[in-house]
Design a protein around this ligand. Structure first.
Ligand code: CMP
Length: 140
């Protein structure tokens, strides 16, 4: 398996509860190498663009309002099999279904306030990281 990169967001609900340090440490212990990192706030427009694939879903407006409601921590994570491995340690989208010991099992409040986002494919990882980071902000 080759080294892969994935894109991660620690969402407003987790940053509001000062969980970003704990979650980044969890990621490092799971052998993810952080190759880009920034604390930032999404504008409503950026959230709408980021989640454009969900435009037709009933939760789209609430999702965009929530994602732009406070600071987040965005990062690019590198390891072998990064995309699938990150989705495994995040746990299911709805924390009620998340396996024990996953990030969402430990920290998420609800399906909306579910603490973290992770890309679901190599193509989306590339699109998402390039939307949030300039090339110069990502380690080569
Ligand atoms: P995320 O992985 O960031 O991708 C889209 C987000 O929409 C998802 O996490 C959830 O927080 C949110 N969401 C709200 N309702 C739903 C739903 N019914 N199905 C999927 N995602 C949902």
């Amino acid at each position: 398996m080759t080294i892969q990169r994935t894109f991660s967001i620690i969402k407003p609900d987790a940053v509001k509860r000062n969980l970003e340090g704990k979650i980044l440490s969890f990621l490092q212990e799971a052998k993810f190498n952080i190759v880009a990192l920034k604390k930032m706030q999404f504008s409503k427009e950026l959230a709408e663009k980021f989640y454009e694939v969900h435009k037709e879903r009933p939760f789209y407006n609430d999702l965009c309002a929530f994602m732009s409601s406070g600071p987040v921590v965005s990062s690019v994570l590198e390891k072998e099999n990064a995309i699938l491995d990150y989705r495994t340690i995040m746990g299911a989208t709805n924390p009620k279904d998340a396996n024990c010991g996953t990030i969402r099992n430990l920290y998420a409040i609800s399906i909306d306030e579910n603490s973290v986002h992770g890309s679901d494919s190599e193509e989306n990882a590339r699109i998402e990281m390039n939307l949030i980071f300039a090339q110069s902000e990502i380690l080569p």
